[in-house]
Design a protein around this ligand. Structure first.
Ligand code: HEC
Length: 108
């Protein structure tokens, strides 16, 4: 409980410190990545993907601009996922902003 409270406070502190025009919240984006994508993808700044063919999220910017994922996420991502069994990936615009801001934070 105590740890969780500390985490929430840290997130709030980040929110307060974030510039007013920040497009998304990377902490919430990280949460989304961990909940929805980490089953197969490495979603952090280090580590290997659980699914051998799934690219680590920190390398996505080597393939295309991170912003180009926006549309795919809004429509429900199928890009690169043909033949892969997985849950539906449609995200709300708010979640997409958060998710993309997190991706940008771990990509160089
Ligand atoms: C069940 C496993 C699984 C889950 C869960 C999963 N992926 Fe993937 N993903 C893969 C695999 C495997 C590939 C590589 C497919 C290939 O190259 O043939 C991939 C590829 C990708 C690519 C690269 C596509 C390309 O064309 O370069 C992106 C972007 C991506 N996934 C995003 C996501 C996001 C965002 C989530 C969570 C919302 C997610 N994936 C969840 C298995 C998964």
């Amino acid at each position: 409980m105590r740890l969780h409270l500390a985490y929430s406070l840290a997130v709030l502190a980040c929110l307060a410190a974030a510039p007013a025009n920040a497009a998304g919240n990377p902490a919430r984006g990280k949460d989304i990545a961990e909940k929805k994508c980490s089953l197969c993808h490495a979603v952090g700044p280090t580590g290997e993907s659980a699914a051998p063919k799934a690219p680590a999220f920190r390398t996505l910017s080597e393939r295309y601009p991170i912003d180009s994922l926006q549309e795919a996420l809004a429509e429900g991502i199928t890009v690169g996922h043909e033949g892969v069994t997985m849950p539906e990936f449609r995200m709300e615009p708010r979640e997409i902003d958060d998710f993309l801001s997190y991706l940008k934070s771990i990509n160089k």
